[in-house]
Design a protein around this ligand. Sequence first.
Ligand SMILES: [Zn+2]
Length: 495
Amino acid sequence: MEQSLKIYTEHRKKLLAMQYVDFLIGWDTQTDAAENSIIADSAQMSVISEFSYKLSTDPQFESAVETLYARRDELDDVMRHEIETVYKNINDVKKIPIEEYTAYSQLSSQAYPVYVRAKTENNFELFRPYLEKIVEFCRKQTVWLATDKLQGYDVLLDMYEPHYTQAEYDKFFDVLRKRLVPFVRQRTAQPTVKPQWANQTFDANKQREFCEYLRDVMCFDKSRGIMKESEHPFTSGFGTDDVRITNHYYPDSLLSSVFSAIHETGHATYEQQVDPALNGTLSGGGASLGLHESQSRFYENMIGRSRAFWQAHFGKLQQVFAPQLDGVSPDEFMRYVNAVERSFVRTEADELTYPLHIMLRYEIEQKLICGELQVKDLPAYWNDKFTEYFGITPPTDTLGVLQDVHWAYGNFGYFPTYALGSAIAAQLYHAMNADFDVEASLADGTTARINEWLKSHVHKYGSSKYPDEILRLATGEDFDPEYYVDYLIGKYSAQ
Ligand SMILES: [Zn+2]
């Protein structure tokens, strides 16, 4: 046991060092590297990947993990959870036949450019044979990786959000279908009119200045993090002391950079507030995709789209862009940032209609994986369901079934975590409000009190527990989607 622990921790240092290399290269590629610097395809990259592969499949490491797993009851809570996770990862990889894995890797790299062409040319048939093979592989995966507790689509869901299976998601989406679909129909019956002032162009440097200000409002620790620019905003990091976010400034859209800044700083706050004692282990960072997204959406929607937030900060926005927003009131601005509209594209959807886009994808994935729906029938099925939920029909597959890249990457089971994140955010918001008046706490000009609550109830655990356990510790309850629908209907009835 002692010996195994020693081997494990020594080996973990090396794994973390390789992760650090990956993190730095990934960051550099997406921010500063010149367009033609092709490190991702370079000889150096293949040496690095080989190192990583050898490290993670090292027999001495694997046997240490096996010993520790067999005696996991003797480990402390953090180490036990970490060993369980590492053990599962090692064994899952082994269950996939190597020749199938290699063929699939080749298929993936071929599928992506075809997908891009199919989307650009609105030609689903071009992509269909690739998607058929991808779905076939995912169906096989559910057999190879099946356990007593996980079968079928649950195997894939668990890869992205441990412990959340169809039983939980079915309950979740049933509530959305029953309560939210009719509400959205009624709420979006009248088209929204974009106010005149929103049609101006907004100087990118001024947007940058205001986003810097927002990071201070959210108490982002600049001594342990930076913000740069990239094509699509994202957050990445290594431990609690090196957290990096990006943004993108479009002169014709002020809201895009403002809400990306709040969203990504939400992810970053989670990373910065993990217990620093977890640095140097594999138990740092966020607990899951859904829980991470719950934090970014919490700040973006519950806080960043609230009346109290704009009462405190609209004056600063007006000042930065003076005189462009003179004559606009904080309430008018708040209504604009909460405008709702039925739209075809998920990534452009507002807070209220967003989860319905995910519900559609969940239902489709469920049927595709169990074989009830075939890839060839996908565009027609998509359009039918879309019309049922939104009351409008996508005019093209580009605006329909081809809009997202996830399936081209074989990421079946990923989408539901997006909606789960928003729903968990609403449940946390309810629990936080039971402790103190969240909107009133914004009057001091920062989110300090909110950060503190999230740190002690969610962030400090890092990934040392499962996401459902953390939610239970934070709220005293299991996941309950009614909080989310109550929140949405309450908020959007009032406007
Ligand atoms: Zn996010």
